[in-house]
Design a protein around this ligand. Structure first.
Ligand SMILES: C[S@@+](CC[C@H](N)C(=O)[O-])C[C@H]1O[C@@H](n2cnc3c(N)ncnc32)[C@H](O)[C@@H]1O
Length: 199
């Protein structure tokens, strides 16, 4: 696992550049988060980029891989890192202004993770997620998932939007994009406000 962590950024450099750029471009204009949580932060590369946008924010990363977190800790000694499975995450209510996740949701039970993180989001906070998009034609190449992506599932745009709504979030922006043969999506959501109307 340590070797994988060592080679991760080099091997996936272009992919990480594209996915992180999409996520950063989807950050709400004018947002000034004081506390940021990265779900499945890996080597901490995305947190490093977020620090450039929000230099005063407190950064927290969660990942189940100790080898990935070793690199993240070296890179961001002032940040907090939690080594745990996202299914076992225990967070304080309204703890974060911004929760992000990049290329992780296909590994996890999204409904379970959302049920844990939504209460931890400030009522004016934001969730921004980038991940594979499981649209039907892409799902058809299932062997790619099994043999290359090692994915548990990849939600379609509609499925992810439904999960977010069911968890008490409002989808503000959702966009699908491609990189090479990958189909991806980025979504921005906020806690639902009692004043908003939902169909
Ligand atoms: C493809 S990497 C993405 C890393 C990082 N988000 C990025 O964009 O560079 C997926 C990461 O999710 C972590 N991960 C996968 N499933 C997880 C789970 N159930 N709980 C915590 N971390 C998980 C892996 O250890 C790995 O670091």
């Amino acid at each position: 696992m340590k070797d994988e962590a060592d080679q991760y950024e080099q091997r996936w450099a272009r992919y990480l550049n594209v996915t992180h750029s999409k996520l950063l471009a989807s950050l709400p204009a004018g947002a000034a988060p004081r506390s940021i949580l990265d779900l499945g932060c890996g080597t901490g590369l995305l947190l490093t980029k977020l620090r450039q946008h929000y230099p005063d924010a407190q950064l927290t990363g969660v990942d189940r891989s100790g080898a990935m977190l070793d690199q993240a800790r070296q890179r961001l000694p002032q940040a907090t890192f939690i080594e745990t499975d996202l299914a076992r995450l225990h967070l304080n209510p309204r703890q974060y202004d911004l929760i992000v996740s990049s290329s992780v949701f296909h590994f996890v039970d999204v409904a379970l993770v959302l049920s844990q993180i939504t209460p931890a989001l400030d009522p004016n906070g934001w969730l921004v997620v980038v991940d594979y998009s499981g649209e039907s034609w892409f799902r058809a190449v299932g062997w790619l998932y099994d043999h290359f992506l090692e994915a548990q599932q990849a939600l379609s745009r509609r499925q992810l939007a439904r999960q977010l709504t069911a968890a008490g979030l409002t989808v503000e922006h959702q966009q699908q994009f491609r990189w090479r043969w990958y189909l991806l999506q980025v979504v921005t959501a906020q806690p639902a406000s009692p004043n908003r109307h939902y169909p």
